[in-house]
Design a protein around this ligand. Structure first.
Ligand SMILES: [Mg+2]
Length: 448
């Protein structure tokens, strides 16, 4: 598509009627902020908290409530205050370029990222709470609720290793492909648990989203499924000596567990020679992975209070840990991941990062926010090809991009035909198939 047409595709705004954007801005944001206020209250009430720290926590709660109040009253978005971080100017420049806008009348992508940056600004400006993760408590408690699925996956993975050894099983091409499909879909549906989106999730809902049966039933709900193309690419290039796979993570807890397991599988099966996990630098979209969440994952996996059924976990956890210790799996953060820029801006805003991704064997983007950024949160006709929606990261970008994303916003490209779009609209009307998290994409582009 010529670039003029591409530019004509607008991004979704929080004022768009019937959009997930509007619903999120009007109902979910205030709830998320209230969650941070409650968390601060709970932490400050703990006995071992220092008095000065407790006093400051009151000021933080008031500042958080102020943001909630701004949202509820649909106030104009205001410039970020200087909190000593180097990105303040860039945020304010971007806000100025949008022009006059308010919480319920702004580009959704900018507004939502801005909210998390505002929250972080309060902690950055504090004396005692700079490194505090206000979402930690929520992340931990949801992970513990995923017990059944974690134990099921651990048992399944260790049994697979015992039966086939993955790598030794060279002869059976079809079996290898099926294993790849299965592991990719585990990583995909691990993304169904996103705390910024599923604020009212019950334990029962959660368990319905996880587990093997659920995954098999959900296969027909993958509206753009390029698994065959990814597999063909991996087979064709298996002779390359260096095959580093990058995974740009989404959520901590259960999803991070599935991602680390996926990384282990990619290594065990000889598909990757190394895996690099990209985390956020600071708390983001409630449940996104920050570096401390990796330690927290292993602490939980090791704990028989969290996971009492130890038979398979006691074998799996050291195996996973070893990949980190040997450097086969590494972690990294880039400040670009916590900006509000879409990835169409990566060539101008993060050229060094772009170069790294161009050198990667495969870059896997997890989750809804990454997908929104990949596609500029654009209201593309749903039959627009994934390559086209990727803009500068698509055709001739030299990046091999795989998106594993359950659909939880307003954007979805890559549906093969209009007839399929019509069928989806009938099956899940009013955009439900783009918004409700029960449908997904496995979208791949080779950047040629
Ligand atoms: Mg997330």
């Amino acid at each position: 598509m010529p670039s003029a047409t591409m530019k004509a595709i607008r991004s979704v705004w929080t004022s768009d009627e019937g959009s997930m954007a509007k619903q999120t801005a009007e109902t979910r944001w205030a709830k998320i902020i209230q969650g941070t206020v409650d968390d601060m209250g709970e932490t400050a009430a703990m006995e071992d908290i220092d008095d000065q720290k407790r006093v400051e926590s009151i000021a933080i709660q008031i500042a958080l409530k102020d943001i909630k109040n701004e949202i509820k009253n649909n106030y104009a978005l205001t410039l970020l205050q200087d909190d000593g971080k180097p990105d303040v100017q860039e945020w304010n420049k971007q806000l100025a370029s949008i022009g006059e806008c308010s919480w319920i009348n702004c580009p959704w992508l900018f507004g939502e990222c801005y909210m998390y940056r505002r929250i972080q600004g309060i902690f950055n400006s504090s004396r005692y709470w700079q490194d505090y993760d206000v979402f930690r408590r929520q992340k931990d408690s949801t992970f513990i609720k995923s017990r059944a699925a974690v134990e099921e996956l651990a048992s399944r993975y260790m049994q697979t290793i015992a039966e086939s050894g993955l790598v030794q099983d060279e002869s059976n091409e079809e079996a290898k492909k099926l294993r790849f499909i299965e592991m990719t879909e585990v990583a995909l549906w691990g993304n169904a648990t996103d705390l910024s989106l599923l604020a009212n999730l019950t334990l029962e809902d959660l368990q319905q989203l996880q587990g093997r049966d659920a995954i098999q039933k959900s296969q027909r709900n993958i509206v753009d499924n390029d698994t065959d193309d990814v597999w063909a690419y991996l087979r064709r290039t298996a002779g390359q000596s260096s095959r580093q796979i990058d995974i740009v993570l989404d959520n901590a807890g259960f999803e991070l567990f599935t991602d680390v397991l996926y990384a282990a599988y990619l290594l065990d099966a000889g598909i990757a020679t190394s895996v690099r996990l990209h985390t956020k630098e600071s708390p983001w979209f409630v449940s996104d992975v920050i570096p401390s969440d990796i330690e927290s994952l292993f602490k939980h996996l090791d704990s028989s209070d969290c996971f009492p059924s130890r038979e398979f976990l006691d074998r799996l956890t050291p195996r996973l840990l070893k990949f980190f210790q040997s450097g086969a799996i590494t972690t990294t953060s880039d400040p670009f991941w916590t900006t509000s820029f879409s990835f169409h801006e990566m060539p101008s805003k993060a050229p060094a990062l772009l170069k790294e991704l161009q050198n990667s064997y495969l870059v896997i983007f997890k989750g809804d926010l990454n997908y929104r950024k990949l596609t500029r949160d654009g209201l593309w006709p749903h039959t627009t090809t994934y390559e086209e929606a990727l803009g500068p990261l698509g055709k001739q970008s030299s990046i091999k991009i795989l998106a594993l994303r359950t659909n939880k916003s307003d954007v979805c490209a890559g549906v093969p035909t209009q007839r399929e779009v019509d069928a989806l609209n009938e099956e899940a009307p009013n955009g439900a198939w783009i918004q409700n998290g029960k449908y997904a994409v496995i979208s791949f582009n080779e950047g040629q």
